[in-house]
Structures are given as structure tokens and as C-alpha cells.
Design a protein around this ligand. Sequence first.
Ligand code: QAP
Ligand code: CO
Length: 168
Amino acid sequence: MALLPILEFPDPRLRTRAESVQSVDARIQKLVDDMFETMYDAPGIGLAASQVDVHERVIVMDISEDQSAARVFINPEIKIIDEALGAYDEGCLSVPGFYETVQRPSIVEVTALDRDGGIFTELLDGLTSICLQHEIDHLEGKLFVDYLSPLKRQRIRSKLVKDQKRRT
Ligand code: QAP
Ligand code: CO
């Protein structure tokens, strides 16, 4: 297993639209395992392959506190079941140190492939639903800061660029 470097906003590579996975083979399974290691190390609750500069439709998630609820979504498709929006203070490993309220539909149905390539359909609510929608946005090149006002987004951008310059 390997820790993968995480791209940070405003890196333009985060704007890439990810391609569908054609076959869930050993290469994809290794990517999934490396993504879990990277997410748990951070620590985070969700990670899209786009964030580690792999532009394929792979997401890992674990919203538990003890690494007991690992989930994999490959080529996820969601259907909004309830249009009612819920607000959640979202963060992102690609936007470290910032949490802002975002509104999204609360209940979705997802169809995806698992780590073995098996297809499943599941109704999701709560944080799992919010997190999956956030991660699917990554696969489209979209970030949670895109839902904020231009002023807030610019402030976050400036602070992160400054941090990134300090580190290099
Ligand atoms: C996405 O985000 C998410 O700023 C997953 O300094 C989060 O795992 C979706 C993290 C909340 C919905 C609600 C963020 C770690 C982790 C940071 C994460 C940080 C260290 C974020
Ligand atoms: Co994110």
C-alpha cells in the first residue's frame, strides 16, 4: 500500500472530469487500497480519485470513527429521491483548514460498482448522502468552494496559495 499526495485547491488538475472505469481489475483495486490508506492517514471521511490526480470514477468513504464502515463507489450514478435541501458544514482534504455550509438534496439513490466489480443500488441519507454527492462533484471537477460566494472562495484561495508557497 502507498500514501498518495493529495492535490490542493486551486490546483487546476482538480478541475479534470474523471473517466468511467472500464474494468475493476487489480490496478483499480490497488488504487482503492491506496486511497483508503491515504484517507485514513489524513484523516478524512471521503476521497475521490481526482484528489490524488487519478482521473477515473473511483470514490472511497468511511464516516465511522473506528475505520469500521469502508465503502467503495466505482462509476457511481445518483438519483435524487427527495429534492428537499439539507445544510451541512463541509470540509475537503483538498481545501485543508476550511469548513463552510453547503446545501444539497438529503436523500439519494446510488447505483455503483464495489471493489469486486459487483453492481449495487442503495438508498442513502444523512452524512453518507452528503459525502457521496461531494465526492461525485470531484469526479466532475467541482469543489465545495464553488457553492460559496466569490468573496469567500477568493479568501480561501489566497490563504491556501500562501500556505502552499510557504511549504515549497
Ligand atoms: C468530504 O472531507 C466531506 O480541512 C470529505 O484540515 C466532508 O474528509 C463531505 C479534512 C464533510 C461532507 C461533509 C479536512 C481533514 C477532511 C480538513 C474530508 C483538514 C483535515 C475532509
Ligand atoms: Co473533497
